[in-house]
Design a protein around this ligand. Structure first.
Ligand code: UDP
Ligand code: MG
Length: 312
């Protein structure tokens, strides 16, 4: 098998058949074999039903993995990688925002330029609002400053890569998966390809601001321990400021004879220090939570059904 298209699907009932059609159209006459690995991430609509129909028809080789509940896109991608048999593997969304034709171009790059192991598409124009765009910019500057791995700001997980890369990704068994970080962490030479995301074919995006913010925090916690050092820096800075203030107060009393009542100062300082301490405990708590969840060693997903196809 030359190429596996790994497609996470969560409530994509209206899209999966159109997606398969688009894939067949794009790869018609490409001269190599390919399979579609659909992962139903615990959809609550007719996605699984429609996927089973596609599997039964086998208009092209189709595998279906269905989860026992919604485990998230990252888990779906992991399952897809585990079940794909292609020499090249491609991660692509089910909503047709990412055209399958681009995957053909990616395969061509991997074929013709053996020095590259990954082709990552990045959005040349983002269709999102200014606030979200500014938020994303901040996030990338922050994570690139805090973490040793460097992320391309506009690159998503729409990528095609060689099997060796997939094996490396699968070898990272972490429970909290942040695929952009994982791609950067495993390395390999990457070619970046610009693309313009289409409008969603049907249905709605599963992301909102809160989910994105949580995902961003997950990314930073997962790929940097720098926030933990913040407590050390804050503590040092506060102690230093306290020393200076102490000297100032003593000198004022000795030289100028000023008695400082300081009620407001005390209240403000108590609140400020209390806030800083809670903030630092919160950061530590984030890491402890991740350690706790990882230490339980639960599987990344549970598949209730895997429908394979018969090799011809
Ligand atoms: N997805 C998934 N599990 C989830 C959320 C999303 O498998 O919990 C899939 C979804 O079906 C789609 C892809 O991930 O194929 C991207 O999701 P979406 O289109 O909502 O994200 P956006 O394009 O808005 O960033
Ligand atoms: Mg989408």
């Amino acid at each position: 098998m030359k190429l596996s298209l790994i497609v996470p699907c969560y409530n994509e009932a209206e899209n999966v058949a159109a997606f398969q059609e688009a894939v067949i159209g794009a790869f018609d006459g490409c001269g190599y074999d390919y399979e579609i690995v659909f992962v139903d991430d615990g959809s609550r609509d007719a996605t699984l039903h429609n996927l089973k129909k596609l599997h039964a028809a086998q208009a092209c080789p189709v595998k279906v993995i269905s989860f026992s509940r919604n485990f998230g896109k990252e888990a779906a991608l992991y399952a897809g990688l585990q079940h794909a048999s292609g020499e090249y593997l491609s991660l692509i969304d089910a909503d047709l925002q990412q055209r399958p034709e681009i995957v053909r171009d990616m395969v061509e790059i991997l074929d013709q330029q053996p020095e590259y192991d990954v082709v990552a598409a990045y959005q040349d124009r983002r269709g999102e609002g200014k606030i979200l765009s500014a938020f994303k910019k901040c996030f990338y500057s922050l994570i690139n400053c805090l973490s040793k791995v460097k992320l391309h700001p506009d690159a998503s997980d729409f990528r095609t890569f060689r099997r060796s890369v997939a094996e490396s990704i699968l070898s990272l068994g972490e429970y909290h998966r942040f695929s952009k970080g994982i791609f950067a962490w495993v390395g390999y030479s990457t070619s970046f390809l610009p693309y313009t995301a289409q409008a969603r074919a049907a249905g709605t995006s599963k992301w909102n601001f809160r989910k994105l913010a949580n995902y961003a925090i997950e990314g930073i916690i997962g790929f940097s321990t720098a926030p933990l050092r913040l407590a050390t820096y804050l503590g040092c800075a506060t102690a230093l400021a306290a020393m200076v203030y102490l000297v100032v107060v003593v000198l004022q009393k000795l030289i100028a004879g000023i008695d400082i009542p300081g009620y407001a100062t005390i209240i403000v300082l108590i609140l400020l220090l209390g806030g800083m301490q809670l903030f630092c405990i919160g950061i530590i708590g984030e890491y402890v939570g991740k350690i706790f969840e990882q230490s339980k060693d639960r599987p990344i997903y549970i598949a209730k059904e895997v429908l394979d196809y018969e090799e011809k």
